[in-house]
Design a protein around this ligand. Structure first.
Ligand SMILES: Cc1cc2nc3c(=O)[nH]c(=O)nc-3n(C[C@H](O)[C@H](O)[C@H](O)COP(=O)(O)OP(=O)(O)OC[C@H]3O[C@@H](n4cnc5c(N)ncnc54)[C@H](O)[C@@H]3O)c2cc1C
Length: 450
């Protein structure tokens, strides 16, 4: 049994505490903010995210799948809204698989409650990690009043998010690090339910308003409302407006009328919410190594902050926890240097791959989902998957509906791109995409590319 400190009791830290406590370790979670079950640290906003296959695999392994399923809404398809309000529904898979929308605050609260029910988990709130001795695994936590407490452990996990204090300390040593802000920022807006609580949009779809250089999306909440997220460059370009040029009430109102006209009746106070709600940035963080001295490790966003366009940041963090748990099964619970070295080695390439995949999916969402060739490609891929399931699994399914390692999915996705480029260039492909000729050609390319 080891004494473990987890810095950060957010989405990943709370699940990690459950995994480690179930193994018999003495786990203490130190969270900078107040207890979200007692104080409104999520500021009353209903921000939601998507749990997908890898998340479920980890939640199941930790014994909390049912507790989380109960607070989710299944989402089976993308629904695109074009400028004229025309809708197009594209299922996520050919066999009716779903991703699941959940409120971030609700999920965090539920996992903390599950963790607290375990006798060997201690949750400490309003405790900010301000320093850490990497040699002795000793953290210094500051309480709200300024009082500092030292906590020594056998192992420290930094699950303290994109701007991790644990990582900052690791950066003082031999450490490689990059931080990249993308040009797009985002703003969240709440889409209300009808007065009788029914949803105004199909809740089983992720709604997307793709506008090439910017986009809005809407994801259902359990109360019939949706959380809308607008992604737009911070600075306007010749191609697109930016948050810097859409500022006054008049500018905002004409922007929504021009680009998202069908959303305006659904969200009567869209303009006011835009003016009121904060603008947030999106950052990609890569670093190496993820562990030091066999006793300190990064996990979740602290190790791999990514852009949210695949909806995989938390899922990847949950998979980190599951892989760590598998490695403890393999190497034993008293062998931390070996386990942590294997964990870093296994997960770092996957962290990099999901960062790349997520950027790629941004292009797909804002741009391609409205593109006829892209829609044709989806149809061809769906047909291939149905006829040759062992030879063709679309990239989206690999990422969202399988445990295939992200790094393998990324490599396979690039191979699919090359094959599909040739197939979509076949003369008359729009008419003959369901023909045997096309199927034969794809299979030739699949086998040639192996
Ligand atoms: C707009 C948006 C949409 C997203 N949608 C999805 C989605 O659909 N699906 C998905 O899988 N992911 C999604 N993500 C990513 C997801 O939010 C993150 O990957 C996830 O929150 C990471 O969890 P974490 O616990 O590692 O970090 P965080 O959630 O950031 O939690 C870190 C915790 O550490 C605490 N902390 C920080 N510093 C200290 C300190 N010094 N001392 C003590 N505690 C500290 C913080 O208060 C916080 O509670 C989205 C992200 C964004 C921005």
């Amino acid at each position: 049994m080891s004494k473990i400190t987890i810095v950060g009791g957010g989405l990943v830290g709370s699940l990690l505490s459950i995994f480690l406590a179930r193994r018999g370790h003495a786990v203490s979670v130190y969270e900078r903010r107040g207890d979200p079950r007692k104080t409104d640290v999520y500021a009353g906003r209903s921000i939601n995210l998507v749990v997908s296959h890898r998340g479920w695999t980890a939640l199941r392994a930790a014994g909390v799948e049912a507790a989380v399923k109960a607070i989710t809404v299944p989402v089976y398809a993308r629904m695109t809204h074009d400028r004229d309000g025309k809708l197009n529904r594209v299922p996520y898979s050919i066999d009716n698989k779903a991703i699941h929308s959940v409120s971030r605050g609700e999920l965090n609260r539920r996992l903390l409650t599950e963790a607290e029910a375990l006798p060997n988990v201690e949750l400490r709130f309003n405790q900010k990690c301000v320093d850490l001795d990497l040699e002795t695994a000793t953290c210094r936590f500051q309480r709200e009043g300024g009082e500092i407490k030292e906590v020594k452990a056998d192992v420290v996990f930094g699950s303290d998010g994109a701007f991790s204090a644990v990582r900052a300390k690791m950066m003082q040593g031999r450490f490689t690090y990059s931080q990249e802000y993308i040009e797009h920022d985002y703003k969240e807006v709440a889409f209300p339910a009808n007065p009788d609580g029914t949803p105004k949009l199909d809740p089983q779809c992720l709604h997307i308003w793709p506008r090439r250089y910017f986009m809005m999306m809407g994801l259902a909440n359990q109360d019939g409302g949706f959380t809308g997220t607008l992604f737009m460059p911070n600075t306007a370009t010749e191609n697109a407006p930016g948050f810097d040029t859409v500022r006054t009430e008049e500018q905002v109102s004409s922007y929504f009328r021009e680009h998202f006209a069908d959303a305006m009746p659904i969200v009567p106070d869209l303009v006011q919410q835009y003016l009121r709600n904060p603008q947030s940035s999106l950052v990609i963080i890569r670093c190496n190594p993820w562990t030091v001295n066999g006793k300190v490790a990064l996990i979740g966003d602290a190790a791999h902050a990514i852009v949210p366009f695949y909806g995989e940041g938390m899922n990847a963090g949950y998979e980190d926890c599951k892989v760590l748990n598998d490695l403890l099964n393999e190497h034993g619970d008293d062998n931390w240097p070996v386990v942590l070295a294997a964990y870093g080695k296994a997960r770092k390439p996957n962290g990099d791959a999901i960062a790349d995949l997520s950027l790629r999916n941004f292009l797909e969402m804002r741009d391609l989902v409205a593109d006829l060739k892209f829609l044709l490609r989806k149809k061809i891929e769906g047909r291939l998957q149905a006829k040759h399931p062992d030879q063709w699994l679309p990239l989206y399914s690999q990422v969202k509906f399988s445990d295939i390692q992200y790094k393998d999915a990324w490599r396979e996705g690039l191979r699919h791109d090359r094959i599909m480029e040739e197939v979509l260039a076949m003369p008359g492909i729009e008419e003959k995409w369901e023909s045997e000729e096309v199927e034969r050609r794809v299979m030739e390319l699949v086998n040639a590319a192996r």
